[in-house]
Write a protein that binds this ligand. Structure first.
Ligand code: ADP
Length: 428
């Protein structure tokens, strides 16, 4: 054994998939990553990528992987083949992404039976995600019952929202009886990116107000005042807010009764329509922004309208959160679309000069994996692009807690940095 263990395995378990990364928190570097998909089907696949310098080539397994236990066993075998097995004394902890932590989990939490029971109690508000996350947790605990395992919740960063932002204007008793309120998601990303933006501006998180636009296939905005979330666009579920790849985002709730009464659709059909067949894909048949931009450039009108609706909603949230915050230091774009789609950034900020917002066309066109400012020098408010890194943030929070359990250095790296500041060495 080589001193204090510093490796953290991050697991993101879906209903039929497990994504994983193994990180070394002494420097934030990635040792391996991979994905098991189509668990429970004949055509399961495990793609494993060792990431250490001089390590072996990426590998793939195909063939049935019956359940999450089999999936994790296969992952453990792949890691072991590179000398990174789950039985290694250098493994400090396992960090689990858990989508819904309700009101109870405001911080990353060491998992025990009571925590598992509480995550289970939240299944009614996260029926797709929490059961899958629990499968991963139970399997990993069975494999390494001795190891600290930590749940990092997508909702936790948003628990600082004031009641005025978190409550829907519906009957209070009904809302409370069914735990109906705005929880928000993507919190790990919003936390990481808002802090990295403060660093980019040369400030402490407490000193800055930031609007974070996490634009992936799912998309959400948040208003962060002095490092604390004060509003976010997703609600009880990830359906609310921005136009997304396949979700409608904000919609008059009466559309749902209308679909039931007039189109004869039931709740499940409406759920599928709004979550899977709406947003960009519903508007133009594509949910990939690259394809949409290609079509727009070729003069495709449906794609152009989808793009305009997407950007219009984004602009509305920028304006709304500007008003919520009063003073804004930066508007920051992140995730697949936010990091890569310069036309989205340009169009969302266009016309907001009176708010001190502008994009420099040259800077905006630069492709880079680094955090960067794309607004001109004269702009009062910075427009930034900051690549998100949810796995590093989960590993950081997990490791920090593990350090506390062991009475260690609180997960601070060798240079005393909180690990959110750890240099990124490998792109996910
Ligand atoms: P998620 O984690 O929500 O699945 P990501 O953050 O990986 O999503 O974002 C995926 C989306 O990013 C894709 O659907 C695509 O629309 C967009 N995207 C990725 N690369 C580019 C690019 N080069 N240009 C424009 N959009 C891109």
């Amino acid at each position: 054994m080589t001193g204090t263990p510093t490796r953290v395995l991050v697991l993101n378990s879906g209903s039929s998939s497990v994504k994983y990364q193994l990180l070394d928190m002494s420097d934030g570097s990635r040792l391996a990553q991979g994905l098991v998909e189509r668990i429970g089907e004949e055509t399961s696949r495990l793609a494993h990528t060792p990431l250490r310098a001089g390590g072996s080539a990426p590998r793939e397994r195909t063939g049935p992987i019956t359940d999450h236990a089999a999936a994790l066993k296969a992952v453990a075998e792949e890691l072991a083949a590179d000398g990174l097995g789950l039985d290694s004394p250098e493994l400090a902890a396992i960090g689990h992404r858990v989508v819904h932590g309700g009101l109870r989990f405001t911080e990353p939490t060491v998992i025990d039976e009571e925590v598992i029971a509480e995550i289970e109690r939240l299944v009614p508000v996260a029926p797709l995600h929490n059961p899958a996350n629990l499968l991963g947790i139970r399997t990993a605990r069975a494999m390494r019952p001795d190891l600290p395992q930590v749940a990092v919740f997508d909702t936790a960063f948003h628990t600082t929202m004031p009641e005025s932002a978190a409550r829907y204007a519906i009957d209070v008793e009904t809302a409370d009886a069914h735990r109906i309120r705005r929880y928000g998601f993507h919190g790990t990303s919003h936390a990481y990116v808002s802090r990295a933006t403060a660093k980019l501006l040369g400030k402490e998180p407490e000193e800055v107000n930031v609007i974070v636009l996490h634009l992936g296939n799912g998309a959400s905005a948040s208003a962060v005042r002095g490092g604390r979330c004060v509003d976010t666009s997703m609600g009880l579920t990830p359906l609310e807010g921005l136009v997304m790849g396949t979700r409608s985002g904000d919609i008059d709730p009466a559309v749902t009764f209308h679909l039931k009464r007039v189109a004869g659709m039931d709740a499940d059909e409406i759920d599928v329509l709004l979550n899977k067949k709406s947003g960009l894909v519903g508007l133009c048949g594509d949910n990939d922004m690259r394809e949409i931009r290609r079509r727009v450039d070729e003069g495709d009108e449906r794609a152009a309208l989808a793009f305009d609706i997407y950007v219009h909603r984004l602009k509305k949230y920028i304006g709304a959160y500007y008003a919520v915050l009063g003073r804004v230091d930066a508007v920051v774009f992140t995730a697949g679309v936010g990091e890569n789609a310069a036309p989205v950034r340009e169009a969302a900020i266009a016309g907001l000069e009176e708010l001190g917002l502008a994009v420099d066309a040259g800077l905006n066109a630069v492709r880079s994996g680094e955090p960067r400012i794309v607004s001109p020098e004269y702009a009062r408010v910075a427009v930034a692009v900051v690549p998100t890194d949810e796995e590093l943030e989960i590993a950081r929070q997990t490791f920090a807690l593990t350090g506390e359990i062991a009475g260690g250095d609180g997960g601070r790296g060798p240079d005393g940095n909180a690990a959110g500041e750890v240099t990124r060495t490998t792109n996910a």
